[in-house]
Design a protein around this ligand. Structure first.
Ligand code: SF4
Ligand code: SF4
Length: 95
């Protein structure tokens, strides 16, 4: 599933440059994650890159956008055409 940013976000911006899919941007009140671009880092890294950067633990799984690894792979392929997926064997779902 895509991750989401909750209202404890202090808009520090630390997470934005960590995303390989450019899914994170500044919103009106908090930073936001584009559901259409977040693959939970599947296809690129073995684990989510943004969650560990957040000083307020504001990046959490979006239970309303649950996705299978097949769906995440399809999203990765759409975002990165022609690029081979990496680290899928070692990928750990964000908690
Ligand atoms: S989990 Fe990965 S793809 Fe999703 S917003 Fe965070 S850094 Fe970007
Ligand atoms: S790292 Fe956390 S507090 Fe900083 S902008 Fe991202 S979600 Fe908000």
């Amino acid at each position: 599933m895509a991750l989401k940013i909750v209202d404890t976000c202090i808009s520090c911006g630390a997470c934005e440059p960590e995303c390989p899919n450019e899914a994170i941007s500044a919103g009106d009140m908090t930073y936001v994650i584009d559901t259409e671009k977040c693959t939970e880092c599947y296809g690129i890294y073995g684990e989510s890159q943004c969650t560990g950067t957040c000083p307020t633990e504001s990046i959490v799984p979006d239970e309303d956008n649950a996705e299978t690894t097949e769906q995440l792979l399809a999203k990765f392929n759409r975002l990165h055409p022609g690029q081979a997926p990496a680290n899928t064997d070692s990928w750990t779902k964000p908690q």
